[in-house]
Design a binder for this molecule. Structure first.
Ligand SMILES: Cc1cc2nc3c(=O)[nH]c(=O)nc-3n(C[C@H](O)[C@H](O)[C@H](O)COP(=O)(O)O)c2cc1C
Length: 181
């Protein structure tokens, strides 16, 4: 077990408030590399990543749904994760793995991030949240927007997870058992 990696997992948290400090281009490249390195079913790699750093565009993207999208407005970088459903019947899983890789790479670089759900979410006037995202960024209608990842140096205090609080009752050894600890 790599103790440093394990420790990083305990320290990772969703970060929704960011410092004004910009992200180094080399770090952004490494985050994107992590996404491109992610495994995908049948190696189809159905995902596409749209990177946005422009503050005005980030503020507009934050309007895609009424709750839970505010972090986009203050982020230094957003990566919109979308996919062509024709390229994979499990594109949601593929996109989710790529997103997790990018979030963990960001954590390793000391950069905070948050997953903003777009798929199955709706705007204030009840249109799919992805409609605004697609219109703003010119994403073809054939693509499905799964999520927006926000990135920036953390401007909030989050404590590492206490190992004693892990829900080991969710782990079932050998067969399903409600009373296993
Ligand atoms: C599939 C998924 C969707 C999420 N959607 C949002 C979201 O729309 N807005 C948000 O602020 N956080 C969102 N999150 C972050 C979760 O709220 C967060 O991971 C959870 O509260 C646990 O906190 P932690 O990441 O600090 O451990 C999402 C996370 C996942 C995995």
């Amino acid at each position: 077990m790599d103790k440093a990696f394990n420790g990083m997992l305990f320290e990772r948290h969703s970060i929704r408030k960011y410092k004004a400090q910009p992200l180094p281009a080399e770090d952004v490249k490494q985050i994107l590399e992590a996404g491109l390195l992610a495994p995908s079913s049948k190696s189809a790699r159905p995902w596409e990543f749209v990177c946005v750093e422009d503050a005005d565009m980030l503020a507009k993207l934050a309007e895609c749904k009424p709750a839970g999208a505010r972090p986009i407005a203050g982020a230094k970088l957003a990566i919109i994760i979308c996919a062509d459903p024709e390229k994979s019947d499990v594109y949601v899983e593929d996109c989710s793995v790529a997103a997790s890789y990018m979030q963990l790479q960001a954590t390793a670089l000391g950069i905070g991030s948050c997953w903003i759900q777009v798929r199955n979410r709706f705007s204030a006037d009840d249109n799919p949240a992805q409609d605004l995202v697609q219109a703003l960024l010119g994403i073809p209608a054939s693509m499905q927007v799964v999520a927006i990842l926000t990135f920036g140096y953390s401007d909030e205090q989050r404590n590492p997870v206490d190992p004693a609080k892990l829900k080991w009752e969710k782990v079932h050894i050998g067969q399903w058992a409600d009373d296993q600890q």
